[in-house]
Design a protein around this ligand. Sequence first.
Ligand code: SF4
Ligand code: SF4
Length: 201
Amino acid sequence: MWLPKLRELKEAVTAVFSPRFTTRFPAEPCTVPEKYRGKPEFDLDSCIGCGACVNVCPTEALTQTDDLEANPPVRRITHRYDTCIFCGNCSENCTTETGIKLSNEWDLATLNREDSIETHEFELQLCEKCGAIIGAKKHLIWLYEKLGPLAYTNPTLLIAKSSELSTKPQDIQQQPDKDVRTSDFMRILCPKCKCELNIQL
Ligand code: SF4
Ligand code: SF4
C-alpha cells in the first residue's frame, strides 16, 4: 500500500531537481524547429492570382471572388488564419511554387477574428469579344514568360504581355461585341471565342 506512495514521492522529488521540460513562453520567446508549419505567407512578387491554392484548401481558409463591377475588374483571394489548419496543401500545389509558403510564425492569437483575415487583389483579364473572365493578368504574363518563344503562337498571351508597356493597361482593353470576325485574331480572347474564330479561319 505504501509502495506506490513512496514511488510518487521519489518522482516528485526527482522532478523538483530536474531541468525544466517546458518553455517559459510568454515570459520568453519560443523558438520553433526549422521545418515548423506555421502561418502561410503570400509572396506577392511570385503569386499570380491563379487560384490553384484555393482549390486545394481543405478547410476553405482560402477563398476567391471575382468582382466584375470593380474598375478594373479584380480577383480577390482571401486567407482566414482562424480556420487554417497549416496543412501546407496550398504551398505544395502553388503554380509558381513560391507564391505561398508556410512560415515559422505561430503566435496568431487575437481577440478580434477580423484581424486574422488577409485579402489580396489581382487585376482580371476579360475576353474582348464576350467579356468572359480569362484569368488574372499576372497569370497570362507568367504563362507568356514560361513558354518563351512558344508564346508567339498565342496572340492573347502576346497582347497581355505587351500591356505591361502601358501605364494604364486597362485602357487598351477593347469593348466586347458579339460577332467573331477574322480581324479579331489579334485580340485577347477566351477559349470559347478563340475556338469560334479558329473554325472561321
Ligand atoms: S495551410 Fe492548408 S488549411 Fe491553411 S490555407 Fe493552406 S491549404 Fe488551406
Ligand atoms: S497557387 Fe500560388 S500563384 Fe496561384 S494564387 Fe495561390 S499562391 Fe498565388
